[in-house]
Design a protein around this ligand. Structure first.
Ligand SMILES: C[S@@+](CC[C@H](N)C(=O)[O-])C[C@H]1O[C@@H](n2cnc3c(N)ncnc32)[C@H](O)[C@@H]1O
Length: 338
């Protein structure tokens, strides 16, 4: 199937909620850290027109090609970069793209990646046990499956898959090695723990664990979240959509810590997590596990005092000489992304 034919298959999740949480405005500057097929990016560009700008990042070069086609109409306003979002800050410094009004992470995989049997992400199609987001990465899922010890495999399946049957699965993997394809691995897991029980396929958790390990997903998310806050302008929004509890826990804890600290840099927009409506889940079953969290960049006490000093110094006026509304307006302008 050509890229163009595949592209319409990926439907962006929680689109309206994302636009609202990002508070997208005409002329705004946004970063989509997980460009995918460009679904969210297209809507952000629509809502930020006229004058909006978008920096789109994806680790997968195939995703960049698809997004380039989809966003052709916005080519003057969108800069698309094939890189890992763990390098977010370096990318923004390189292209002088900061401060920004909003940053979006729509984590995980696109339907296009899941459906591409050559990538080895899905336990429903036979393919090589690869699972790398980018061909530049060295370690594949097959490398892990065929070289880790039984203890290491069990640990990985527990930590990243939260799988109760980890020891049994690890034991059978060692017995059946070498395992090179997705269906070989599925059969091994079924032999270890039996067939489908209830709604969840027995291979779901092990496949999740491998994908997270191959792409160092949790480490990269933690790094990128920290960088994202530094890139947001005053009142800028950080929006994260996650699809499993390990990611959501990281996002929730990060936003809570940043909003509770004495020198808080974030304010939570939605105290309760936002999930898709039943109607959306029916239309797009992939959205069923989605959780959206959003926060706003606020000025910290330190920044407030440093900026006050700078402003007062620059115009040679004593701090006490400023009337508060004027100062606040100046602070707002100093930190605003515009
Ligand atoms: C759920 S899809 C995004 C779909 C997109 N929002 C849309 O509407 O088309 C997630 C995308 O994030 C990318 N991705 C995941 N982890 C990444 C990382 N650490 N760095 C860069 N891209 C990443 C994947 O390659 C995938 O294309």
């Amino acid at each position: 199937m050509s890229l163009k034919m595949l592209a319409p298959i990926h439907t962006p999740v929680l689109v309206n909620e994302t636009i609202k949480a990002l508070a997208v405005q005409p002329g705004g500057r946004y970063i989509d850290c997980t460009l995918g097929a460009g679904g969210h990016a297209a809507v952000i560009l629509d809502h930020s027109s006229p004058g909006g700008q978008l920096l789109g990042i994806d680790a997968d070069p195939e995703a960049i090609k698809i997004a380039e086609e989809r966003l052709e109409a916005y080519s003057g306003s969108a800069l698309l970069i094939n890189d890992n979002f763990t390098n977010l800050q370096t990318i923004c410094f390189k292209y002088d793209f900061f401060p920004v009004h909003g940053i979006l992470f729509d984590l995980g995989l696109s339907s296009l990646q899941l459906e591409d049997r050559g990538r080895g992400f899905s336990f429903q199609h036979d393919g090589p046990l690869d699972m790398r987001l980018s061909p530049d990465q060295e370690v594949t899922a097959a490398d892990i499956i065929n070289t880790y010890s039984q203890v290491e495999l069990a640990q990985l399946i527990k930590t990243y898959g939260e799988e109760g049957y980890r020891r049994k699965i690890a034991q059978y993997i060692i017995k059946q090695r070498p395992i090179e394809t997705t269906l070989q691995l599925v059969k091994t897991i079924e032999q270890a723990i039996g067939g489908r029980r209830g709604k969840i396929h027995p291979a779901t958790k092990t496949f999740q664990a491998l994908r997270i390990a191959v792409n160092q997903e949790l480490e990269h998310l933690k790094t990128a979240l920290r960088q994202a806050v530094d890139l947001l302008g005053f009142n800028g929004r950080l929006v994260v959509i996650s699809y499993h509890s390990l990611e959501d826990r990281i996002v929730k804890q990060f936003m809570q810590q940043e909003s509770r600290a004495d020198n808080a840099r974030l304010r939570l927009i939605n105290k309760k997590v936002i999930t898709p409506s039943q109607a959306e889940v029916q239309l797009n079953p992939r959205s069923r596990s989605a959780k959206l969290r959003a926060a706003e960049r606020i000025i910290t006490k330190d920044e407030y005092f440093k900026t006050t000093e700078k402003l007062c110094f620059s115009v040679g006026v004593e701090a006490g000489g400023w009337r508060r509304p004027v100062l606040l307006e100046r602070l707002r302008r100093a930190f605003s992304a515009a």
